[in-house]
Design a protein. Structure first.
Length: 149
């Protein structure tokens, strides 16, 4: 509210231990690497910011300012690839069914509290944003066809 807009993206640089950082970076390498290879680093960077901001805002609204990590971005990249590959036959990025199941099961498991304090709203916000960006163009085309546009 005081003009410090960088606070919308800085939580993704904070990690709570080496394992937290390692696993987030491995997912970033895998998911982000696909996107960068096919669409370039600029689109990847825009996508990272586009999923971090809503994920971070939702987490802040849900639990306050004490959170960090790139997991919301990871879930956003996952959602983008998942929906983009599902609705765009020409898409050159993909995610296999096993990884999709793992990511969704991990999301639910984290929400139970069984694995400790997790920024669940950040994960969910990132996932929703990624799915919307990946599947949004398809949805808009479908709506336009139905409404005669």
């Amino acid at each position: 509210l005081s003009g410090q807009i960088w606070r919308l993206v800085t939580p993704m640089f904070i990690h709570y231990g080496p394992m937290h950082l390692l696993f987030n970076m491995l997912w970033l390498k895998d998911l982000g690497g696909q996107i960068e290879k096919e669409y370039g680093w600029a689109k990847l960077l825009m996508l990272i910011v586009a999923v971090e901001v809503p994920g971070g805002l939702l987490q802040y609204w849900w639990a306050g300012p004490h959170f960090g990590g790139m997991s919301g971005v990871v879930y956003g990249l996952f959602g983008y690839i998942w929906f983009r590959s599902k609705y765009d036959p020409s898409c050159r990025v993909a995610i296999d069914e096993g990884t999709t199941k793992f990511m969704l099961i991990w999301l639910v498991l984290c929400m139970t509290g069984a694995v400790g304090a997790i920024a669940n709203a950040g994960h969910l916000g990132g996932l929703i944003a990624g799915c919307a960006i990946g599947g949004g163009p398809h949805l808009v085309r479908q709506l336009l066809r139905r409404w005669g546009g």
